[in-house]
Write a protein that binds this ligand. Structure first.
Ligand SMILES: NC(=O)c1ccc[n+]([C@@H]2O[C@H](COP(=O)([O-])OP(=O)(O)OC[C@H]3O[C@@H](n4cnc5c(N)ncnc54)[C@H](O)[C@@H]3O)[C@@H](O)[C@H]2O)c1
Length: 469
């Protein structure tokens, strides 16, 4: 099929490249001409594992190109995805201006030569399917074409990919959700996603099909249910992590170990082990924004979403734990040198949106501490996006640790788990380690001379590993 993807961010680029890999002819459109120039020359502006390797494979199959010219792309397409940003406004509401502008431009570029499907992949408040339809119609009228003769359907196809494993998640999704009013619209998308649903394509060599990978469930719903599914999924995941954090805080008080407790409850098949890692809270562009937006929608209907309010509060307080733990160890933070390991909101991405690291660094700087940082990937983006953040960037974790009074693990990059703690400690002024993601083994850290503190991990609860297997 001929496909246009509007918005070449984390979602749009991966979606476009994966659809081309499946054999569709894809044009990715963005208003940001610098981004498009980079993408056109094979330089991927975001860090997403294996994306750079997938682009030439996608070129050789369906083919993918990048442009700022939306009208030509839409005119030639059967399916048009909207994957623009929907960032939060100060009120918590989603900013729909990018979506609105994209929908109008799509309408203005449509003619009567074929039936087209406009697909909302951006995460949007319930009801946006109708809004997109109305705006496309307005765009058609603005473009001078009769709205009577132009045939199109609107669908909601929420995206569940995770940054850092976006290609895997796009090629081997847990489910595909399609919401639309008309069967005809759904059928076009069924055809588009047929190889994904059947899983009958060759997996790229660097992203093998999971062993469990059979047919992918395809869930068809109304537009409204599909929009709600995305919000409900993120609200559940954010709340699940919030729950793990709340339990960890109680574990710390009573002398239990949160890792053991979460393992113990996660093995219950009704609960599951995923998203139960206690830490300094979630960040990123989705959970906070989507939970706030859902609360705002509920509020419009006179419903106060108390559980979601609590999930946000627990997460906000969790980020402050690092400062509290440093104060408990060092008392005065003014003039201290603190090394932060990790800037990205999670490993395997360069995304800094709502990253706990930024809030922690800012608070430490406000309190008069010196802050040194290291991140394997996100330092360049941090320098560019936050030029006023007065931290010292260090090209290795060891340099960050040099003469530091404390080391704080903020993002659980795999390489940090392999650090030689003895060597790191020998470079520090004091061997204090605040492990914000419970990445390190407390005993190993203690043997390396560290005063170790994790999240919900009590020293007295430490049991020889052999007894807890
Ligand atoms: N990032 C994720 O992990 C993720 C996962 C699932 C869903 N989502 C949702 O997907 C949507 C996109 O997220 P993202 O992280 O890719 O955003 P992003 O900010 O990385 O990218 C958005 C892109 O859209 C472009 N854009 C804005 N207006 C445009 C227009 N009128 N025409 C063409 N391009 C335009 C911007 O220049 C930008 O490149 C959001 O609604 C988000 O909530 C994101």
């Amino acid at each position: 099929m001929r496909v246009t993807v509007i918005g070449t961010g984390y979602v749009g680029t991966v979606t476009g490249v994966c659809l081309a890999y499946l054999g569709h002819r894809v044009t990715c459109v963005d208003t940001d001409s610098v981004k498009i120039a980079r993408l056109s020359s094979g330089d991927i502006p975001i860090y997403e594992p294996h994306l750079e390797e997938l682009v030439p494979l996608a070129q050789a199959r369906g083919g993918v190109d990048f442009t700022t010219e939306l009208a030509d792309a839409v005119a030639a397409s059967d399916v048009i995805f909207i994957a623009v940003g929907t960032p939060p406004l100060p009120s918590g509401e989603a900013n729909l201006s990018y979506l609105e502008s994209a929908a109008r431009s799509i309408g203005a570029a449509m003619d009567h030569t074929r039936f087209r499907v406009v697909v909302n992949k951006s995460t949007v408040p319930v009801g946006c399917g109708n809004l997109v339809e109305a705006l496309v119609r307005e765009g058609i009228a603005d473009g001078g074409t009769s709205t009577q003769t132009v045939r199109f359907g609107v669908a909601s196809n929420p995206e569940f990919l995770r940054e850092g494993s976006a290609i895997h998640d796009s090629l081997f999704p847990d489910r595909i959700v399609l919401g639309a009013q008309e069967e005809r619209t759904i059928n076009v998308l069924r055809d588009l996603y047929a190889p994904l649903e059947a899983q009958d394509f060759d997996a790229p060599p660097f992203c093998p099909r999971p062993r469990s990978g059979g047919r992918v469930p395809l869930v068809t719903t109304t537009l409204t249910s599909a929009e709600m599914i995305k919000y409900a999924a993120n609200a559940f995941l954010a709340t699940k992590i919030g729950f793990a954090n709340e339990m960890a805080n109680i574990c710390e008080k009573v002398g239990a170990d949160a890792k053991e407790v979460m393992k113990g409850i996660g093995l219950d098949s009704r609960i599951g082990t995923a998203f139960l890692n206690a830490g300094i809270g979630w960040g990123g562009s989705c959970f906070g924004k989507d939970v706030q937006s859902l609360m705002h929608i509920a509020g419009e209907y006179g419903y106060q979403a108390r559980l979601l309010e609590a999930a946000l509060t627990v997460n906000r307080l969790q980020r402050q734990l690092v400062i509290q733990k440093l104060q408990e160890k060092l008392f005065i933070l003014k003039g201290r040198s603190i090394a932060l390991l990790g800037l990205a909101f999670k490993p395997n991405t360069d995304d800094l949106r709502d990253a706990p690291s930024l809030q922690i660094a800012e608070r430490l700087l406000q309190m008069g501490a010196r802050v040194k940082v290291h991140d394997p990937i996100a330092m360049r983006v941090c320098r560019e996006q936050f030029p006023d953040l007065r931290v010292t960037y260090c090209d290795t974790p060891e340099r960050a640790a040099d003469n530091a009074d404390a080391l704080v693990l903020v993002t659980e990059w795999e390489e940090y788990g392999k650090l030689d703690l003895e060597r790191i400690g020998s470079r520090m002024a004091r061997r204090i380690l605040v492990d914000g993601r419970n990445l390190f083994d407390p005993e190993t850290a203690r043997l390396a001379g560290f005063d170790y503190t994790g999240i919900g991990r009590c020293a007295s609860a430490a049991v020889p590993a052999a007894l807890v297997s």
